[in-house]
Design a binder for this molecule. Structure first.
Ligand SMILES: Cc1cc2nc3c(=O)[nH]c(=O)nc-3n(C[C@H](O)[C@H](O)[C@H](O)COP(=O)(O)OP(=O)(O)OC[C@H]3O[C@@H](n4cnc5c(N)ncnc54)[C@H](O)[C@@H]3O)c2cc1C
Length: 453
């Protein structure tokens, strides 16, 4: 690891404890103020308030919420846009760290400060797993489920789909619970909540028996293979990702994550739809060292050390970057890929990598995969916002025939009209929000622009 990587990694690891010292809520409800501007994980977005509260109990949180006419929940600040921002106050729950497994019910209940990387080894040690993970384990569970964060897999729904219950503090300070068993379709509206229902304090997730994954990487997969074999290729493993720089009509890397039984030998041919078997571990951004990545070369390992691309104690992705992602119907996947490809010479100079993933349809009202089996076309950009800002409308215009749904936590230029068009349950979601937050306490500028303009 070079010095820059080391410093970045240390930064990621100390952020939680550093902020808790600086921003721990005081008994009188005041918060300490940080000395330097507070930014999101990538550093591309500066929050508009220094007022960060980190209560240590539900009662303390309830008082903070009651006392503030405007406040926004904050997780591990990995969003690339202003979704978690506020001009008044933010509240984060890194001290809510409890993890309680119910083996009988096959659920685990976690405090809102728990990250996927915290809970995974705990449940794995007891013989259980979550159905899927995102590319990184560093994100908080409430931040992920509030934004429909996802991994890949033809048959895998997003991470929010495994939520069985949520507990949250609503705008009036009351503690509320909603569950899949008791609340029916209302619960489908409440899980991907964008932080608008209240501050989630505890979340119950489904678990399943633990499993092992072997990760194999292929290079140079021709896009032409996707025209007739899209489902075969993306269905060849439990979770499959294709990375591309959009040049030469091919994916640069294909990451095949296959479930494997202990002792089972998987068939790993040298050629996979004309892509070549990699001979060493690779990073999704070819120029970067694979030391930060989870093990490849078909070596089996626990689900939580293979489903994410990046290791827990290392910097995920590149660090200094921007991210954008659009969901289109899987039935249009090939056409959508080829449509974006026409912009390759505009895109590539500003791109670190693109990732293509599939997500199974769900019934969560504000999920990007709501009632649509989806392809997600993701862009990790260099941190060149003036240039990227000009390219996004071009990509959005190319994808317009497919009614793209942008990732809630990433950068896009879509406004209110578009969200009304692509989210058929938006009006119902707003009515649900109204029940728990009648005066818009949890709204902010981005939410107003996208959902209330
Ligand atoms: C390197 C990198 C890789 C990524 N990879 C993926 C990926 O593979 N797949 C994917 O889908 N996304 C990915 N993302 C995006 C990421 O999953 C989202 O940004 C997610 O929201 C991060 O969670 P967070 O806790 O950091 O959220 P924050 O940015 O802190 O908050 C996001 C939203 O959650 C809300 N929220 C947070 N905590 C609470 C709470 N306690 N109660 C209510 N609402 C709350 C906030 O109000 C805000 O609306 C990636 C991001 C990065 C930086």
């Amino acid at each position: 690891m070079d010095k820059r990587q080391f410093l970045k990694t240390s930064g990621v690891l100390v952020t939680g404890s550093f902020l808790s010292r600086l921003a721990h809520a005081q008994p009188d409800g005041a918060s300490h103020k940080t000395a330097k501007p507070r930014t999101n994980w990538s550093g591309n977005y500066t929050y508009h308030t220094d007022n960060l509260f980190e209560p240590t109990s539900v009662a303390e949180l309830q008082q903070i919420v009651k006392d503030h006419p405007s406040i926004r929940p904050l997780g591990t600040h990995h969003s690339f846009n202003g979704l978690a921002d506020s001009t008044q106050a933010q509240v984060s729950l890194p001290h809510f760290k409890d993890i309680s497994l119910d083996a009988q019910a096959r659920t685990v209940t976690v405090g809102a400060g728990v990250r996927y990387g915290d809970v995974a080894p705990v449940i794995d040690a007891k013989g259980f797993a979550l159905h899927n993970l995102a590319s990184l384990p560093h994100i908080s569970i409430p931040g992920a489920i509030a934004t429909a964060t996802h991994g890949s897999g033809l048959h895998n729904k997003n991470l929010s789909s495994s939520v069985a219950a949520i507990e949250f503090v609503a705008a009036d300070g009351s503690l509320q619970t909603l569950s899949r068993d008791k609340d029916g379709d209302k619960f489908n509206g409440a899980v991907v909540n964008l932080g608008l229902l209240g501050v989630m304090t505890r979340i119950t997730l489904d678990v399943e028996p633990t499993f092992q994954i072997a990760q194999t990487v292929y290079t140079d997969i021709p896009f032409a293979e996707l025209e007739y074999h899209f489902d075969d290729i993306f269905g060849a493993g439990y979770s499959v990702s294709i990375f591309t720089d959009w040049q030469q009509g091919r994916g640069t890397e294909l990451w095949l994550k296959r479930r494997v039984m202990p002792g089972e030998k998987l068939d790993t041919p040298q050629l996979f739809y004309n892509a070549k078997l990699a001979t060493r571990d690779l990073h999704p951004i070819p120029a970067l060292d694979a030391v930060n990545c989870t093990p490849q070369m078909g070596v089996p390992g626990p689900w939580y050390e293979r489903l994410p691309h990046f290791r827990m104690n290392f910097t995920p992705s590149s660090g200094e970057e921007l991210q954008t992602e659009y969901f289109v119907p899987r039935a249009d996947a090939y056409k959508a890929i080829r449509a974006v490809e026409t912009l390759r010479d505009r895109i590539t100079p500003h791109l670190l990598t693109t990732e293509l993933r599939t997500i199974a349809a769900d019934n969560l009202w504000m999920s990007m995969a709501y009632q649509r089996d989806s392809l997600a076309i993701h862009f990790t950009w260099k941190r060149q916002w003036p240039e990227v800002q000009k390219i996004l409308p071009l990509i959005e215009a190319k994808l317009a025939p497919f009614d793209p749904r942008p990732h809630w936590a990433k950068l896009s230029t879509f406004k209110g009209d578009h969200f009304r068009k692509v989210y058929p349950k938006l009006a119902d979601f707003k009515s649900l929000v109204q029940q728990y937050d009648p005066n818009g306490k949890f709204r902010n500028e981005l939410i107003t622009t996208e959902l209330y303009s």
